[in-house]
Design a protein around this ligand. Structure first.
Ligand code: 1HN
Length: 363
């Protein structure tokens, strides 16, 4: 009982290749590696860079190029069996890590007429931006939300949610989740239940309440109370209304979707935006510490995105195309052709702002 056992008995060196010796005496390098230690002075500038150095690269998934592969997944597996039938958008700088940026998971989800994706809940928060739908729906805490193209739908953390489809054509939406952030904190939990134990089906009263500036005064607010649905039919006219108030040289007209209860971002970790760039115009360069996923809604345009190497990547974007703008990459947006460019985007700005980290730089 009195013998002490070393925490780490003699064991082989760490498996990530040989220790970085960087001019250290080889014996010393081996010794500190054996002790599970590493010299800071060889990596300090990587750990604390002078500015963000994202692994994520500017990238686009043109919808016309990926749609067929998505439909093929519908012939390979059912939504029920897959639980969620999704092709994950993997940034080329993060291959194998199931993420579109360091902080954001994104995927294209397919649901076919008559299918159901079963009820579950998790501590990761999700938002969905609808790409195609003629009858797909999601239910959040039992409240059914019908999805129309370019609607934004929220599934905040720990809400029961399931999906279904009463229409005729494939239903597709972009899922954005804070999975990498929750994984960083190792704070992920999930539960699954059968449809019989699922929350009772109920009407989604939130839109009527919020439109009237009301909330239930009686009883405890239902767990699912809160605005979960931002229809395109509502947000698109708001963009035109805002345009009458003028536009910004760096951003055109950019509006943030908000949680009406707080006036803050739609989710604690993720922000969502609608943006309009007037036909034939180009925004001035801006860089932001947010990592963003951008979806084309109307018109045709180009995102000109700076890279760490000082080059620029030009991304052509049109309706339903999904692109990535990494943190701190200078961005200019061109609205080509004769129509206004309308974009939706989501980003990790909410989490950064909550931590006092968000910055932007306009030049
Ligand atoms: C999830 O719950 C959904 O509910 C989609 O549709 C994608 C990816 C990872 C973990 C949970 C959904 C997901 C997910």
């Amino acid at each position: 009982m009195s013998t002490t056992t070393p925490v780490s008995p003699a064991r082989p060196p760490a498996t990530d290749g040989p220790p970085a010796t960087d001019g250290l005496p080889a014996d010393y390098a081996r010794e500190i590696d054996r002790l599970d230690m590493a010299p800071l002075w060889t990596v300090l500038s990587n750990l604390v860079p002078e500015h963000p150095t994202p692994k994520a690269v500017p990238h686009v998934w043109p919808y016309a190029m990926v749609r067929e592969a998505l439909l093929e997944s519908g012939r390979l597996i059912s939504a029920e069996k897959a639980e969620r039938r999704v092709l994950v958008l993997e940034n080329p700088g993060h291959r194998g890590e199931h993420r579109a940026t360091a902080s954001i998971y994104a995927g294209l989800q397919l649901i076919l007429p008559g299918e159901r994706a079963p009820e579950h809940r998790h501590t990761q928060s999700a938002l969905r931006f609808v790409i195609e739908s003629d009858g797909a729906y999601t239910s959040v805490e039992g409240a059914r939300i019908d999805m129309a193209p370019f609607d934004l739908v929220l599934t905040p953390r720990w809400r029961w949610h399931a999906h279904g489809h009463d229409g005729q054509q494939p239903g597709v939406w972009l899922d954005g989740l804070d999975i990498p952030m929750i994984s960083l904190f190792q704070s992920g939990f999930a539960e699954r239940i059968g449809d019989n134990e699922a929350p009772a089906r109920r009407a989604d009263i939130s839109p009527a309440m919020h439109a009237a500036g009301l909330k239930p005064a009686t009883g405890t607010p239902a767990a699912g109370f809160g605005l979960m649905h931002y229809p395109f039919a509502t947000w698109r006219p708001a963009l035109d209304a805002a345009r009458a108030g003028g536009s910004d040289p760096h951003e055109g007209v950019r509006l943030e979707f908000t949680d009406p209860a707080s006036g803050g971002p739609v989710l604690p970790t993720l922000s969502a935006f609608a943006q309009l760039i007037a036909a034939g115009t180009t925004t001035r360069s801006i860089r932001r510490t947010e990592s963003a996923i951008v979806v084309g809604v109307e018109g045709q345009g180009r995102l000109v995105v700076g890279t760490a190497a000082g080059a620029t990547v030009t991304i052509t974007i049109g309706p339903r195309d999904v692109a990535v703008v990494p943190s701190w990459a200078p961005l200019q947006i061109h609205a080509d052709g004769g129509t206004d460019l309308v974009l939706f985007s989501l980003s990790d700005r909410a989490a950064q702002a909550a931590l006092g980290l968000y910055r932007e730089d306009r030049s």
